[in-house]
Design a protein around this ligand. Structure first.
Ligand SMILES: Nc1ncnc2c1ncn2[C@@H]1O[C@H](COP(=O)(O)OP(=O)(O)O)[C@@H](O)[C@H]1O
Ligand SMILES: [Mg+2]
Length: 499
């Protein structure tokens, strides 16, 4: 019909059905049997119960500000420890864990106030409340992690053993002021997290992926593999995903660039989003998928459901790791293959890491226009060669030229995301895959981000420049979808910006 591929199914003949319900693991009450996890001496700012730890979600209150994380005195910890010991003398913690979280919290609250008055501790209401929160976090939640989990400005939490914790805020890594008593406490918290999804982590199975109830992704690697104590990494789930408009506001892309991305999404170009870890690939994929039509049947395949599509007709699929006996694994390849039997119109693959790339390309090539995926690579060129090597590693014994023909025949656009060294995130390339010249895949950039230098504060100075292409290869597609006027306007505006 147009472009590089043949006919596609543009006129769906079915009625949309409602999207399936989310599949967040149903949390059980947090086990409180490991008493080592409960001895409390963490360094905690005053926090409210987070939504993430199911057991402590009892009370709603305004979120704490990051500034509230002041250092606490040793005296505070001494008091807390003594209150805590009195508490475990008084109640049976394992019984507490059977209770409904709100009731458990009330129970602790009553006993702690009794203890404070019996011990005759001089404390203000605010101080009492603080100790109470801390203790509840330790008993019912994820202890010193709680204050970090409730903060929505944190993108990643990285705990490197009991003594070191880092967070990423606004693209920058910083030290977090949390303290675990020791590696045993940290390990117990890790265990508590992964047990929520029916997994376990210990010396015999020291690597574990899990997910918090709010969708945050968790990885734990324990000693002896992690030499200095358990390493816990959490990619926080952002409830409010960034939109393309916000990316424009942040300067990640120009308004014209955003228009062009929107058109690319709408006219069903096949897109690969390329970028390093934390460069904003998933965010961008989410933005791009927002421009798919309401009437399209979209199937998403992810390792851990992150995408938040707003369309009415979406099927969400998720891979499954092997169980404790090493069985039952469902890989991305399994999902993508199955997808093709589900009459998809677009397939969206969260993260393409291996042989599934071949199935995705086949899908792109066979009438599922508008399919998308992300790949870990630092430039569009590198992305192309990564795809080739993923196919080679998948054991498909194909001549290099054939592989390249498949790539050229299926991918229309590569969008490159990057996190620059000053922490800012930019879309650095919007590149079209054009064709083959001899053995080489030819591409053309529509947009690139040019770095000019650095200001006195280490902020990178640069700007997006259009390469002056007036007629991208997806022009005919744009015309077919009646978007060529808008495309021409956006390209013109981008070219003028350069002047
Ligand atoms: N353009 C951007 N500007 C600011 N923050 C961003 C931008 N893109 C993504 N982020 C934030 O960066 C973090 C990582 O983004 P994500 O899309 O998950 O990265 P990736 O999928 O590449 O690992 C998220 O917290 C996200 O909100
Ligand atoms: Mg991602």
């Amino acid at each position: 019909m147009f472009g590089k591929r043949g006919g596609s199914s543009d006129t769906p003949d079915f009625k949309p059905v409602s999207a399936p319900a989310p599949v967040a693991p149903a949390p059980e009450s947090a086990p409180a049997s490991q008493s080592t996890a409960l001895e409390a001496k963490p360094e905690l700012p005053k926090v409210q119960p987070p939504a993430i730890a199911p057991a402590v979600a009892a009370q709603a209150a305004p979120p704490p500000s990051p500034e509230a994380s002041g250092e606490k005195t040793e005296e505070y910890y001494d008091t807390k420890t003594s209150v805590f010991s009195a508490l475990i003398d008084t109640i049976d913690l394992s019984q507490l864990s059977q209770m409904d979280p709100e009731a458990a919290r009330e129970e602790i609250r009553d006993i702690v106030s009794d203890i404070i008055s019996i011990k005759n501790l001089a404390m203000s209401i605010a101080e009492q409340e603080e100790i109470l929160q801390d203790i509840c976090n330790d008993v019912l939640g994820y202890g010193p992690l709680e204050p970090l989990l409730v903060r929505d400005d944190i993108a990643d939490i990285m705990i490197n053993g009991a003594k070191d914790a880092f967070i990423e805020v606004e693209g920058k890594m910083e030290k977090a002021r949390v303290r675990f008593r020791d590696n045993t406490q940290l390990m117990n918290i890790c265990q508590r997290i992964v047990s929520q999804v029916g997994r376990r982590v210990d010396e015999s199975s020291p690597i574990c992926d899990a997910r918090l109830a709010d969708g945050s992704r968790v990885n734990v690697i324990a000693p002896p593999l992690a030499i200095d104590g358990p390493a816990l990494t959490i990619r926080k789930f952002k409830k409010d995903k960034l939109t393309l408009d916000q990316l424009v506001k942040f300067g990640s892309i120009t308004p014209e660039g955003a228009d062009i991305l929107q058109i690319i999404g709408k006219v069903r170009c096949n897109v690969i989003i390329s970028g390093g870890t934390g460069s904003g690939k998933t965010t961008l994929l989410n933005c791009m998928s927002a421009y798919a039509g309401e009437e399209e049947r979209i199937i998403t395949c992810e390792d851990s459901a992150e995408l938040q599509l707003q369309q009415p007709h979406v099927v969400r699929l998720e891979t499954r790791p092997p169980n404790l006996e090493g069985e039952g694994q469902i890989t991305m390849t399994d999902l993508v293959k199955n997808c093709l039997r589900m009459r998809p119109e677009r397939i969206i693959v969260g993260e393409v890491r291996g042989a599934e790339v071949f199935d995705l390309l086949q899908a792109m090539n066979t009438g599922h226009d508008g399919s998308m995926g992300t790949i870990h690579a630092n430039t569009p060129r590198e992305c192309l060669s990564r795809i080739e090597s993923m196919i080679a590693m998948g054991g498909f014994n194909l001549p290099a030229k054939t592989v390249r023909e498949i790539i050229v025949g299926s991918i229309d656009v590569i969008i490159q995301a990057a996190r620059l060294r000053d922490g800012s995130r930019r879309i650095t390339h919007v590149t079209e895959v054009i064709g083959l010249e001899g053995d080489v895949i030819t591409t053309q950039d529509l947009f690139v981000y040019k770095i000019d230098g650095e200001d006195a504060n280490g902020k990178i100075i640069g700007k997006h420049v259009s390469t002056g292409i007036g007629r991208p290869a997806f022009w005919d597609r744009a015309r077919y979808y009646n978007e060529e006027g808008r495309l021409a306007a956006a390209l013109d505006a981008a070219n003028e910006e350069n002047m």
